[in-house]
Design a protein around this ligand. Sequence first.
Ligand SMILES: Nc1ncnc2c1ncn2[C@@H]1O[C@H](COP(=O)(O)OP(=O)(O)OP(=O)(O)O)[C@@H](O)[C@H]1O
Ligand SMILES: [Mg+2]
Length: 387
Amino acid sequence: MARAGAGAPGGHADGPLPRHADRPLPRHADRPLPGRTMPAPGRTITARGAPRAPVRDAPFPPVRDAPPPPVRRAAPAPLARAAPAPATRAAPAPVRPTASARPTPTPAPRGEQRARSTRPVGAFPDPPPVRSHGPARVLAVCNQKGGVGKTTTAINLGAALAETGRRVLLVDLDPQGALSVGLGINAMELERTVYDLMTSRDAGVHDVRISTEVAGLDLLPANIDLSAADVELVGEVAREHTLARVLAPVLPEYDQVLIDCQPSLGPLTVNALTAAHGVLVPLECEYFALRGVALLMQTIEKVRERLNPGLAVEGILATLYDGRTVHSREVLARVVETFGDQVFATVVQRTVRFPETTVAGEPITTYDSASGGAAAYRQLARELLAR
Ligand SMILES: Nc1ncnc2c1ncn2[C@@H]1O[C@H](COP(=O)(O)OP(=O)(O)OP(=O)(O)O)[C@@H](O)[C@H]1O
Ligand SMILES: [Mg+2]
């Protein structure tokens, strides 16, 4: 779907990528990270279609010979799930070259943690109620790295948005069908899926769409059939626009469409980026978090330039954060340092509740409504709507 908007010129290469650090880094998780090459100041990526300079695929900025950035310590989070505070981002604190000794890791309570934050909790207002629906804003939840929380984010952000009264359509664009499974749908039993929608003129989006247990949350399901779509679309005219074309008839009915992408930058993902207004990038808070992000950004730029001028980076979401480890805090601080305001203030904690929800086949907002995980995605929904 072509959209009006400022394109972003230049900066991306069709040729081979710069020699980025796709080589293994030393394993020393809970120690200060050694110096690494990072994008120079000013080479940050800006949101919403603004011109940007390419980001090399360096994993971390140089670290001075100092302890990890001190992160403001909040009071230990209560373990009770009754009133979990929304997770918020720890802003990068200045690094003070003090003692050479390693800092004592912050003793933190077990279980779910709150990310430390310099922002006031609850900074995002409740969104106003909606009286009419549509046209939908389409977001692709995308990162070619596997297991970073794309599907978890699509399901739970979608459910949290639906709780605010928004009408939400989730699109499973991964042949693994995890989005469908995560919502308790056995897509193997369905007659029609996204595969039919994209490859056959006989199936319309209204035929494929199904409603979920969550009010206001609908799904376009997928199963392994979708893995054949890549090949079948090869001969199509404007094949990159296929998803945009088939989604167009339902956009007026929804406020938000979330597309769950597969962990690759192949044709299906390009279709998602072409159909989207924005990209939400979940980034796992672990050592190699930034590996491959440059490639993703280059792909986004190419799609913006050639297929979808209005495509923006909606935001980067830190996921699988474990505030008990220096390592996780350090990675988060560096993600913020690298991407600045593009990083959502909301941080999703690592908690066993999420795998449990997959087994249960429902979002965390209904599975454990009072949990920290549910609070995080509700806050993300508010943050998204406030942007
Ligand atoms: N915040 C979290 N805490 C703990 N586990 C999580 C969290 N988010 C996701 N998970 C779990 O991590 C695994 C991978 O998550 P998910 O499927 O959402 O990632 P993905 O990026 O969609 O993966 P893929 O690239 O394979 O599609 C799942 O088992 C999920 O339940
Ligand atoms: Mg997934």
